[in-house]
Design a protein around this ligand. Structure first.
Ligand SMILES: [Zn+2]
Length: 428
């Protein structure tokens, strides 16, 4: 049997380095990586001239809205958006309706993702109903392969409960991911508290609402010896604390979302709810701190926090609109366009490092080598394109980047050896 797929003419980039090579794929795995490979009879050939052939991207943080908010997104439309963005795996957040806080709902979402053009993984809730009162049955969810637990959308407020959750997580070999926000301090706020919130007369959320919980959870990680993953870090204070915690050998990892290194709170001056997000957009000094954290490895991963909302929900006045913006189809290009980092480092932030945090090493994140899973993306790093909301695969349209010209485009995405995106078009 010959190679079923040949990716020809590209530069292979993975955690081991970069080299010019063709990639032959057979039976869902990488069969050969070498120069000048011939396409066997019957094989399909994907052109990768001028492109980078890399392990598929892994998103630690996507809201796929199913079950319960299918008018905003479904597992299938979200997975299609992910594939178009170069992702071969996404972790679906549990703030659905009902929330993913039991084995039954985990199974339901995994089943919905079974035929999707992206490997859909699930994060389970830390507490029942994400209400912060009682631990969810993490053991039964872990038994179904759940490796990340979070109440995302809310932080676990009770330090004693968080301590117990960390001990439980440690025993199960899973990771708790915290949405760092002190409810009391953030209450009533709709944007970052600072110069722009004063000017606009919109109640603000102080940066400390985030950094206080980061500080507490660094302390709890030290106390319990467990690992905490910090979701969507957005302030200079948080980044500094994670940097210090890592230097002290405490088990923490962190992610940042593209909007927290590409947009500032000044955007809210339009009063357009498309710029409402939680954590909120921050001032330039925080953006610089997030970029520095991505550059020096303090922040391990870029995660999208893809948060689709139906148009009628986002068309409310700023203070009533729900927070969140789309992210899956623009994340890679934003990172390539806005971060002054080598391509290899951007791919590390979007592929192999998040794959490790999600417990997906061996299936996603490479390397692109003989015998490894053929979950790949082919990216043209020089291609430019303009974000057109109506052309996105997501069921929602709430992107803050409409009309923005970006550099770097996903050409092909291959999931388990099957091309799910070819020449920028979804195949299913
Ligand atoms: Zn969150």
């Amino acid at each position: 049997m010959g190679a079923e797929l040949l990716i020809r003419g590209g530069t292979v980039v993975d955690a081991t380095g970069s080299r010019r090579a063709d990639v032959a794929v057979r039976d869902g795995v990488v069969a050969t990586v070498d120069e000048g490979l011939e396409a066997p009879k019957g094989a399909s050939v994907l052109d990768a001239e001028g492109c980078v052939v890399a392990p598929g991207l892994v998103d630690l943080h996507a809201h796929l809205r199913q079950p319960g908010r299918e008018e905003a997104e479904t597992v299938d439309t979200g997975a299609r958006a992910a594939a178009l963005g170069g992702f071969t795996a996404v972790v679906a957040m549990p703030n659905t309706d009902p929330p993913i806080d039991s084995a039954g709902v985990v199974r339901e979402v995994l089943d919905l993702g079974a035929a999707a053009p992206c490997d859909v993984r699930v994060a389970g809730a830390i507490t029942k109903g994400r209400r912060g009162g009682e631990l969810a049955p993490m053991g039964e969810m872990a038994a179904l392969g759940v490796r990340l637990f979070t109440d995302d959308g809310a932080g676990v407020q009770d330090a004693r409960l968080m301590r117990r959750a960390l001990e439980y997580a440690s025993a199960l070999g899973v990771v708790l991911a915290q949405h760092c926000e002190d409810d009391e301090l953030a209450a009533g706020g709709h944007m970052h508290k600072g110069e722009w919130s004063s000017r606009l007369g919109i109640p603000g959320i102080p940066a400390e609402a985030e950094s206080m919980m980061v500080a507490r959870d660094v302390a709890l990680a030290r106390l319990t010896g467990a690992t905490v993953h910090f979701l969507h870090l957005s302030t200079a204070g948080s980044v500094a604390m994670v940097r210090a915690a890592k230097a002290a050998g405490i088990g923490v990892t962190a992610e940042a979302a593209p909007h927290h290194f590409t947009l500032t709170d000044e955007a809210v001056a339009s009063y357009d709810p498309v710029f409402k997000v939680n954590p909120p957009l921050r001032p330039p000094a925080d953006i610089e701190a997030v970029k520095a954290g991505l550059a020096d490895g303090t922040i391990d991963a870029i995660a999208t926090d893809h948060a689709p909302h139906a148009q009628e929900d986002k068309e409310q006045p700023f203070d009533q609109a729900p927070p969140g913006m789309l992210g899956l189809e623009t994340a890679l290009a934003l990172a390539l366009t806005e971060l002054e980092l080598p391509l290899e480092q951007v791919l590390a932030l979007l592929s192999w490092r998040p794959a490790r945090i999600a417990g997906l090493t061996g299936q996603h994140g490479g390397p692109v080598a003989e015998g490894s899973s053929a979950n790949l993306c082919v990216v043209d790093p020089a291609a430019t394109w303009v974000v057109e909301p109506e052309r996105l695969a997501s069921r929602s349209r709430n992107t803050p980047y409409a009309g923005r010209k970006l550099t770097g485009r996903v050409r092909h995405t291959i999931l388990s050896g099957e091309p799910v995106v070819v020449d920028g078009e979804a195949q299913r």
